[in-house]
Design a protein around this ligand. Structure first.
Ligand code: GLU
Length: 467
């Protein structure tokens, strides 16, 4: 290996949503570039014009942005570089390392059958002919060596040996002159200066073919690192029934991007038993050689635990905005004026939330408009004795100057004592009146969330003769 500066890349094909496996591959490439002081690049592999779509390109940009994995240069679009790929094919032709193959579809089908029966790779009769009939349709094939072995020194899988006789002469230019994937990837990686190809292990076989083409072009072969798949919790290939596959679904389910980075880093890689770590720590620890070669399993409980950790650390302004976003997406009313209530409520409820959706559930009580509709289990508690007691409590609270949790806890305890009852006699009804039966923090917490005026107002509504 030369001492070229490290350049890594993620090279997704924009043919659908951004898969969580692609996100993890991007993360590992990003971490490795950061660890080594190198560069992390993005290439959109849009050569398959029929399957590539603009919304899928956008989904990749959005997913990368959301995850905070920002490439160090403008993205490269593979399809725009077709002329570069063709030049490389011509170079291989000139060097005698590629040839024009004029086999017809029928001839190819027949040869495939024979090759299968003989247990060998497909062979073209044009391989050694150096033919060039301009007017006849043809593909250009790479002249793959038939003898010897190709060894991939993979940083994750170890040494993987391929017998060259099993590798057929890969098509590098199609009949219409367009380059194929294996050629395009090599030319682009080479010209982008990519030193480390870290990608899914579904590309391990391609690495052997690509190595041969690199060598034929006289280009330095990159370091290979093929990552194991992410499986569902049951060990089967990740699919819809496991809950989510697309990066955007994790966003919709209320996971924070920093939690995803931390969690995805743990899928197949780790630093001892450390469950929670910062980006800086991951960037200083990550080495692709420490990635395990067995598939990783998605574990929702761990993801929830990590997300809860980051919800507890997050800036409150940000959580207010994200909670409002969840509410808007659910069609719940969103008012700027609610921001103050959310600022008071979120710190009191976030410890119990695993996701932003749960956080949005936990603030519902505070945002209900007055007068609250009280469910029967609450109105049923409001007998004459309780009403009288809550009326006295309302007066007590009205005189309360310090509207903070410790002071309100002390006030509630003092009030219960003066009434000669335990807090258990007051708590449920007060809580019901303040929350309308929705889940809410402890009594003092609920009072702080609502603020003094709203708390007293909700008590007044419930205690008014009409209620
Ligand atoms: N475009 C390929 C894919 O989306 C990745 C190719 C590569 O990383 O070399 O699977």
């Amino acid at each position: 290996m030369s001492d070229r500066p490290v350049v890594t890349r993620i090279a997704p094909s924009p043919t659908g949503y951004m898969h969580i496996g692609t996100a993890r591959t991007a993360l590992f490439n990003w971490l490795y570039a950061k660890r080594t002081g190198g560069k992390f690049l993005l290439r959109i592999e849009d050569t398959d014009r029929e399957r590539s779509t603009l919304p899928a390109v956008q989904a990749i940009f959005d997913g990368m942005d959301w995850l905070g994995l920002i490439p160090d240069e403008e993205p490269v679009f593979q399809a725009a570089r077709a002329d570069r790929h063709v030049i490389a094919a011509q170079e291989l032709l000139a060097k005698g390392r590629a040839y024009r193959c004029y086999m017809t579809a029928d001839e190819l089908t027949a040869e495939r059958e024979i090759a299968r029966a003989e247990g060998r790779a497909v062979q073209s009769p044009w391989r050694d002919q150096d033919a060039n009939f301009n007017d006849r349709p043809h593909v250009v094939r790479f002249k793959s060596p038939r003898e010897g072995e190709t060894v991939i020194h993979d940083r994750v899988k170890g040494d993987v040996t391929f017998k060259n006789k099993d590798l057929d002469d890969l098509i590098i230019l199609r009949t219409d002159g367009t380059p194929t994937y294996n050629l395009a990837v090599i030319v682009d990686d080479h010209e982008m200066g990519v030193t480390h190809v870290i990608r899914g292990d579904d590309h391990l076989n391609n690495a052997a073919r690509q190595t041969l083409i690199y060598e034929a072009l006289g280009w330095e072969v990159p370091v290979w690192a093929h990552l194991p798949m992410i499986h569902g919790p049951d060990g089967a290939k990740l699919s819809k029934r496991h809950g989510a596959q697309a990066v955007s679904e994790f966003d919709d389910m209320g996971y924070l991007p920093e939690a995803m980075r931390n969690y995805l880093a743990r899928l197949g890689w780790g630093h001892g038993d450390d469950e929670i770590f910062s980006d800086e720590q991951a960037q200083s620890w990550f080495d692709v050689t420490d990635v395990v070669s067995a598939p990783a399993r998605l574990d929702w409980a761990k993801l929830n635990h990590i997300n809860n950790h980051y919800l507890r650390l997050a800036d409150i302004d940000r959580l207010v905005a994200l909670t409002q976003r969840v509410r808007a997406s659910r069609g719940e009313p969103v008012h700027d004026a609610d921001s103050a209530i959310l600022h008071r409520t979120i710190p009191l409820v976030r410890d119990g939330a695993k996701t932003l959706l749960e956080l949005a559930d936990a603030v519902i009580f505070a945002l209900k408009p007055r007068p609250l509709e009280l469910p029967e289990k609450v109105t049923g508690m409001l007998n004459e004795e309780t009403r009288a007691r809550l009326t006295r409590l309302r007066e007590n609270l009205a005189g309360q100057a310090d509207w903070e949790v410790p002071a309100l806890e002390a006030a509630l305890r003092g009030f219960a004592e003066s009434e000669g009852v335990g807090l258990g006699k007051i708590g449920p009804a007060l809580r019901g009146v303040l929350s309308g039966g929705a889940s809410a923090p402890d009594l003092a917490g609920a009072l702080v969330s609502l603020g003094k005026a709203e708390s007293l107002g909700r008590l007044d509504d419930a205690l008014s003769p009409a209620a």
